[in-house]
Write a protein that binds this ligand. Structure first.
Ligand SMILES: Cc1ncc(COP(=O)(O)O)c(C=O)c1O
Length: 383
């Protein structure tokens, strides 16, 4: 008996490989996980508990419950500047399920979809599952890892159907400025491409808030993906949402039925509490990530390790090339010899091997200890 070719060719996640290696090392410092180290705020948990106790435990509409879609439409209008009504919103099992549904609904197997190198590895994995070929465009350190139309245009073929953008981005925290979003949208228009704009870190910015590309969309080609996972420390609740142009809402909903059908009902009530409740928890988490970013940057500056300055999200890409070995070897040795787990750059794209990703979503003390050991390893192994 055989499993499918798509599954057989699916690579393992590089993040998981490092994590599993680190689990075998006692007292390892975990800087590989992209998950807030904060609990979900109490009032959000309470709302779910109350909903479950009141019997709100049945299937819901595919697109999510109406009161949630209403508050989400208000949220994206007010906070992201996207002109949406509840009919444009689909609640999904995390942003990841929304991205997969959109990919399956909009792109035929055998097509090509453009994505950054480096970018979140799940994009490539979901494309392979959908029979779509990922085509990486370079994100250059000299451009602060911000995409440039001039780097993308030469890669467009008659099989290219979409481009995935992510700002603030995992793994570097880069934010794409509004003028670049305009440039990229022009490119998408010129070649009639869908744009899947992943904005799950929309509330995690340090210097200035990011712009949403959908604000500038005049012909219905931009879909935007959001999540409760990072903003409200709700990774395990599995609630995300997307904002889509009206003609593609039903095609995407058709894919929800056989894949997830709907999102967990009490979690949808928790999501309403998250959006409509006090927002100080978001500001506090953002403040902690910013403080840690600043401390990590000072430490790396003092130790002479180059890095890409993060403007948002909660990651930092450190340049470990001075260690004189491949990123994978560096990260494996760092776990085994120094008990620190970070993710090799090539997990995020074939040409990102000069880097390792450090997650800032870890308490400050172990974070600084881990980054100190990383800097020490670059100096020691590179000498
Ligand atoms: C860029 C990016 N998009 C989407 C997701 C998935 O978020 P969710 O938990 O909502 O599926 C992640 C999670 O790490 C991410 O880094």
């Amino acid at each position: 008996m055989r499993t499918s070719a798509a599954i057989e060719s699916l690579p393992r996640s590089g993040i998981r490989e490092i994590m599993e290696l680190a689990w075998k090392v006692p007292d390892a410092i975990h800087l590989e996980v992209g998950e807030p180290n904060f609990p979900t705020p109490h009032h959000i948990c309470e709302a779910a508990a109350e909903a479950a106790a009141a019997g709100f435990t049945k299937y819901t509409p595919n697109a999510g419950i109406e009161p949630l879609r209403e508050v989400l439409a208000d949220k994206v209008r007010l906070r992201n500047g996207i002109d949406a009504t509840p009919e444009h919103i689909i609640v999904t099992a995390g942003a990841v399920a929304g991205l997969y549904s959109a990919l399956v609904a909009l792109v035929d197997p055998g097509s090509e979809v453009l994505l950054g190198d480096p970018s979140w590895p799940n994009y490539g994995l979901m494309m392979r599952l959908a029979g779509v070929t990922p085509v990486h465009f370079p994100l250059r350190p000299s451009q602060a890892l911000v995409p440039r139309a001039a780097d993308i245009e030469p890669l467009i073929t008659d099989r290219t159907r979409a481009i995935i953008l992510n700002s603030p981005t995992n793994p570097s925290g880069a934010i794409t400025p509004a003028e670049v979003l305009h440039e990229l949208l022009e490119l998408a228009r010129a070649y009639d491409l869908w744009v899947l704009s992943d904005e799950v870190y929309d509330e995690m910015w340090f210097d200035a808030p990011p712009a949403s590309m959908a604000r500038f969309d005049t012909d219905g080609r931009v879909l935007t993906f959001f999540s409760f996972s990072k903003t409200y420390a709700m990774t395990g609740w599995r609630v995300g949402y997307l904002v889509a142009p009206a003609p593609v809402v039903n095609p995407i909903l058709k894919t929800q039925e056989p894949i997830t059908s709907c999102v967990n009902a009490p979690a949808q009530k928790a999501a309403i509490a998250a959006i409509t409740g006090p927002q100080d928890c978001v500001g506090e988490m953002r403040g902690s990530y910013q403080e840690r970013r600043d401390l990590v940057m000072s430490l790396l500056d003092a130790r002479g390790v180059p890095y890409v300055r993060p403007s948002g999200a909660f990651y930092l890409m450190a340049d470990i090339s001075a260690a004189g070995m491949s990123d994978v070897e560096f990260c494996r040795r760092l776990v085994i010899d120094k008990a620190v787990a970070v993710v090799p750059g090539t997990t995020f794209g074939p040409n990102s091997g000069a880097f390792a990703r450090i997650s800032l979503a870890t308490a400050t003390e172990p974070l600084l200890e881990g980054v100190g050991r990383l800097a020490g390893a670059v100096a020691e192994w590179g000498s």
